[in-house]
Design a protein around this ligand. Sequence first.
Ligand code: AMP
Length: 611
Amino acid sequence: MLPRMIPSFNPNDSECGMKLLEDLTTNAYEVQQQVLEEILSKNAQTEYLKGFLNGHHDKIDFKKKVPVVNYEDVKPYIERIANGEPSEIISAQKITELLTSSGTSGGQPKMMPSTVEDLDRKTFFYNLLVPVMNKYVDGLDQGKGMYLLFIKPEISTPSGMVARPVLTSYYKSSNFRNRPFNRFNIYTSPDATILCSDSKQSMYCQLLCGLVQRDEVLRVGAVFASAFLRAIKFLEDHWEELCSNIGSGLVSDWITDSSCRNAVSLVLSKPNPDLADLIRHEFSNKSLEGIVKRLWPRTKYIEVIVTGSMAQYIPTLEFYSGGLPLISTMYASSECYFGINFNPLSKPHDVAYTLLPNMAYFEFLPVEKRHEEVASREGVSGQECPKADEEETLETVDLMDVKLGHYYELVVTTFTGLYRYRVGDILMVTGFHNKAPQFRFMHRRNVVLSIDTDKTNEEDLLNAVTQAKLLLEPLGFLLIEYTSYADTSSIPGHYVLFWELKTKENNDMIELETSIMEQCCSTVEQSLDSVYRRCRRKDNSIGPLEIRIVKQGTFDALMDFSVSQGSSVNQYKTPRCIQSEEAIRILDSRVVGRFFSKSTPLWEPFRMETK
Ligand code: AMP
């Protein structure tokens, strides 16, 4: 029998959960057809679909007549809804809020429509993670999870609709706050500490509660690896104060958020000098190697996403973890939630996600593998292109028709008003679970730099560099080449740009003024998009941007290196982002000056203009 679109089940009933997953993956084709039928029949009268299908809801016509689109194509509709027009222009179900994505358009977060029903779909998805973890790790019901979860700022659109990140929406929803008390959602962080809008107080209180309950903690984590490492750094900077609070049983005065304070006081309840001494002892050890295992000795794994751009944090996490498995459980986005890792204990580089066929209707744009291979050989970020010319109709394949080892860009049709929407993620098929394909997340289309949730593409980088180099031109310097990489050797990581300059008169390089170069760094930062600036200013999840000036001829050496690795001389273009360690070494060995941004870029929640 086909599962209902959002089947209800008790997450504590592992057998039932696993059976559901088996049914969904065995009937992947039928479920996908059912999803498309439901979406089309419900939304045939929306202005958007009517424009292509004339009120009909034929599945074959859908593929022929409704175009594969990018955000720019749907942005006008979303803005109209944000400005107060009825949801029916794109969705029969009421759009209740907009989810601000970490992808940006025109420097501002993209906004994805969401509905009340969609919260139930997400809850169903989270519940399915429970039986999967249970299958591989015993005894998780004997303790708690220390998950460091945070909310981010939200805005109100001109029509009064709220726009906020998807996780902020979920944590604030009654689905999360009134989650049934079951053995798998007992967290050390009281909800008040997760829902605290001051990120520093939130972090401090969540770590304090996690330390106080250390004996009960069986798993630790955060959504992304970058956030977990930020917590470790915070611990390193605040352990003395945390120990003093634990020793005295009193929360520091600067925790002024009253709900947070009350919730933490209940957890802290009494002085615990022995625990304070024990933690002090762990930190007085010179190295923080294995600190997670030492502080939370019963913990069985670290749950953080370490796929995609987060893979850069694996070595650092391994250093702190003390050999604990790193587990990436899910793949999701503001557009919709996609898939689950059915083998959570697999090594980070082998992680594959199985797309759940009832989450959305999935299509796949084949991507030239050749580009991927060149990209990985040269250690630069892949700039793939779909097989069809961008101007032609883009031919997609269905979930059932993807081929092992092939690369695809994900396209979704959601229950919330997105039709044949290009997500921008490049995936590779690694296998099948029953009839459902499993995908490795390769990377995001065009993104060259990412430290946290920021996603900087080549064009953003070029624009920012163009702004900054204007400061040097009046001084007689020309920027002749640049490239970049995300330096995550310290926490938080930061962007590094390599610049090769020459003087207009071709003189020997005269000394660069530090203050001008620092201004260049700040100008680049100020010119990057609002997600970068929020991470940098509000979340402190990105460190000051650095420009490294390299000797003349350095980029020739980089080209020689690429050619020696198999690149064609004729087609060689300077990669705007470098990943290969050898290439970074070549550049680093020729650095003659290093400069850092001295100011944090301006950021404020964006405002939507009423049209
Ligand atoms: P956002 O729209 O801000 O929620 O970001 C969603 C994007 O984050 C996805 O489209 C992916 O590019 C990335 N992402 C989400 N989950 C994963 C994952 N498990 N592995 C790698 N990248 C991910």
